[in-house]
Design a protein around this ligand. Structure first.
Ligand code: ADP
Ligand code: MG
Length: 390
């Protein structure tokens, strides 16, 4: 028998989403297709969610009045990005379920807590040290820490922001000075074969599913293309799946969690970071999976049975950044629509700026080679360079 916190929320229950970006938009579209109602808390008007939700509360993410309104209207509250303060949320914890929990949010939003959690719980992580002051720097220089390394801010990093490469030990003092005292994590640079991610959904009843492994290729630190299922051996894929599902269980996940992984040259999995929300690498699932990551996100936070994550066919996702929209203008849509098994997803975010994620294209093909060729051809017609491997 389900307890009150484990109640299944059926449509037209109200989902509250903190954050009004594209991840909120696609979650809201999935929720509304199932008959749920959506209210979003987002100060910016219009935002990507404005045209697709029942109500937008125009307030800052930590505004007590805005949160009070959100928690009074919504039956369950979730979020679509990590840089939300935990403390204001804690004040509402008893009122309505918050899924995933503020405890997971707190771990995922801070690299120091995140790396400590992975290593304390026995999950594979790159060798790292926390730097809080000059003394920590000197301690690291006195030991045998493996360089080259990367210095990352503990808080508020995304798309490679807040990161500095530290090639040699002699570069560390200067790199740390450039952080102006902000707590940081120094990580060994992993010589990986490639980068991957696993999307896991788990409901409060404990049902857990994960999507086939995604192979992610970045350009200028921003995700460029995802292929799923990744072409790896069954054994390696199964290892990643087990690792990530175990991590979701260990964190007590209720909702969706994406785990970014490195596969080392020696064939070992290393966890890079996690995000307790839908993820850019999971966008392929809208057209390429039995159930999209957004639908499973909503089902999971509503404690409903989860949908199949099986792939319909080999899929790819090509991100669309502002520069491509600016260059292609109205031709973009025609290019995509005239490509077989290609689907256009634009986020209606208004002004296209270079580097800003404006949309994506999902593609499918019978097998991996023709899919790669198709992505290559599409990129060419969009004025994008050939895919560069990591
Ligand atoms: P964020 O995605 O929050 O900006 P990440 O920690 O995922 O930060 O780093 C961004 C990218 O930088 C990764 O996708 C990877 O390409 C590279 N990177 C990060 N940490 C390492 C590492 N320890 N070794 C090698 N490459 C790394
Ligand atoms: Mg990352």
């Amino acid at each position: 028998m389900a307890t009150s916190t484990q109640k299944r929320l059926a449509p037209p229950a109200v989902i509250g989403i903190i954050g009004g970006g594209q991840l909120g938009r696609m979650s809201a579209l999935a929720a509304r297709a199932m008959g749920y109602r959506v209210v979003v808390l987002e100060p910016k008007v219009p935002c990507a969610c404005t045209p697709v939700v029942e109500e937008q509360i125009e307030a800052a993410y930590d505004d007590p009045t805005g949160l009070e309104k959100l928690f009074s209207i919504a039956d369950v509250v979730t979020f679509e990005f990590e840089n939300i303060q935990k403390e204001p949320l804690d004040a509402f914890a008893g009122r309505k379920p918050i899924r995933p929990s503020p405890a997971i949010l707190s771990i995922a939003q801070n690299r120091e807590r995140e790396k400590n959690y992975f290593s304390d719980s026995g999950f594979p992580v790159a060798p790292f040290r926390v730097i809080a002051d000059d003394g920590d720097v000197e301690k690291i220089l006195a030991e045998d820490f493996p360089f080259p390394a990367i210095l990352k801010t503990a808080d508020f990093g995304y798309d490679g922001k807040g990161q500095v490469s530290v090639q040699h030990p002699s570069d560390l003092r200067e790199a740390w000075r450039s952080f102006e005292g902000a707590r940081a994590v120094l990580e060994k640079r992993i010589a990986f074969q490639a980068e991957y991610s696993v999307i896991v959904a788990r409901n409060p009843a404990g049902e857990c599913v994960s999507y086939p492994l995604c192979r992610n290729i970045h350009r200028d630190h921003i995700l460029d293309v995802t292929f799923s299922p990744a072409e790896l051996s069954e054994g390696q894929s199964a290892q990643a799946k087990d690792l990530c599902e175990n991590l979701a269980v260990s964190l007590g996940l209720e909702g969706i969690l994406v785990i970014e992984l490195f596969l080392t040259r020696e064939g070992e999995w290393i966890i890079n970071e996690v995000a307790p929300r839908p993820h850019n690498s999971g966008h392929f699932s809208i057209d390429g999976s039995e159930t999209s990551q957004f639908e499973n996100h909503i089902r999971a936070v509503c404690n409903q049975p989860l949908g199949s994550t099986a792939s319909l066919s080999p899929s790819a996702m090509q991100n669309l950044l502002g520069e491509t929209l600016l260059e292609q203008g109205d031709d973009l849509a025609e290019t995509v629509f005239s490509t077989e098994r290609a689907h256009l997803h634009l986020y209606d975010k208004g002004e296209a700026k270079p580097g800003r994620k404006m949309g994506h294209i999902n593609l499918a093909a019978e097998e991996g080679q023709s899919l790669r060729e198709k992505v290559g051809k599409l990129r060419k017609s969009l004025g994008l360079p050939p895919i560069t491997e990591d």
